[in-house]
Design a protein around this ligand. Structure first.
Ligand SMILES: [Zn+2]
Length: 328
């Protein structure tokens, strides 16, 4: 029975949870635990570095809200990029983040294509991507009420979803530290990870198991890029050498804190295993079934049986053997 008195609170929780969705990935970003020493500050750059913001605003209403948030932090760069099926993505930031903005501008079309190749064309195929210049601007862009933990490199945020409607207000936000420290390759992977969350949002509830949400996003981030197993999951490889590979799916708590890298890597490995043993459509089907509802062990077992025709113990044993063969 539903306790209707909890509904408003639930809605609030939903908003808050979305704003702090951690987007560490298995790209080495998890080790990027940074001290929160970058103080909120106003960036003032020469007016000449501002792109034609007026033109961009005239044709893209998405810019208006972002402009209100980021304008106090200095001059704005806004770049439109054609992405998928005649849509346009918008990259926004400040001159001090221009290198990251250049990278994201270069990568966003390919990242959109990569997400569509796995997920299919049923999503916006266009994104609003913003690069923050300070922790306070990052928090503002994520509608967070306090500073976001420093190890969060990027996040995707959306308005609360009304049943039967496409998500609105979606954006990908990169932290200033991510923009400063990550290589172009890492930024590109992180962009794919976040765009996967955006694409899958309409089929995802926020209480769905993180192993499915994050594993799938990381799977798409690495898919088809020729990355070596040991580069994708270095922590798991180290654990294999110590004879300590996981036997269970990671719990939601394992995606935060100092050991978050292991949670993300393990989740990636579950999805990579499914894609390899079964195929990509089965992985997407598994995602849709698992992510579209809050799960408990019984309901998860049911989905595993229906989608993959296996029991939980059979699934875990096969995955563990697959993992041991590759990581050992
Ligand atoms: Zn994520």
């Amino acid at each position: 029975m539903t306790d209707t008195s909890t509904r408003p609170r639930r809605r609030l929780e939903f908003c808050l949870t979305v704003t702090v969705v951690v987007a560490l990935t298995g790209l080495g970003i998890a080790s990027l635990v940074l001290p929160n020493t970058t103080l909120p500050q106003l960036r003032v750059g020469p007016a000449s570095t501002t792109d034609s913001i007026g033109e961009a605003e005239a044709v893209d209403p998405r810019l208006a809200e972002i402009q209100r948030i980021v304008e106090p932090f200095g001059p704005i760069i806004a770049r439109h990029v054609p992405t998928g099926d005649g849509r346009r993505s918008l990259i926004v930031g400040h001159p001090s983040q221009e290198m990251a903005i250049d990278t994201l501008e270069r990568e966003v079309a390919a990242a959109t294509e990569a997400v569509t190749a796995v997920w299919g064309p049923d999503w916006a195929q266009s994104a609003l991507v913003v690069v923050a210049s300070s922790p306070s601007e990052f928090a503002g862009l994520l509608r967070a009420t306090s500073l976001v933990p420093a190890e969060v490199a990027a996040a995707s945020v959306a308005d609360p979803i009304s049943p039967g409607h496409r998500p609105t207000g979606q954006r990908v936000v990169f932290s200033s530290e991510a923009a400063r420290r990550l290589t172009p390759e890492e930024l590109a992977g992180l962009l794919r990870h976040e765009l996967t969350h955006i694409a899958a949002r309409s089929r995802t509830v926020i209480d769905a198991p993180r192993w499915m949400l994050e594993g799938f996003a990381d799977y798409v981030a690495h898919h088809g890029r020729g990355h070596r197993f040991s580069d994708i999951v270095p922590t798991l490889v180290a654990r294999a050498r110590a004879g300590d590979l996981p036997h269970a799916l990671p719990t939601d708590a394992e995606f935060a804190g100092p050991d978050a890298a292991l949670g993300y890597e393990t989740a990636w490995s579950v999805c990579a295993f499914v894609a390899e043993k079964y195929d990509l459509p089965h992985l997407v089907q598994l995602y849709v079934r698992i992510a579209s509802a809050e799960q408990d062990p019984t309901s998860e077992d049911h989905v595993l049986r229906e989608v993959l025709g296996t029991t939980r113990s059979g699934f875990l044993a096969d995955w563990h053997a697959w993992l041991a063969a590759r990581a050992g």
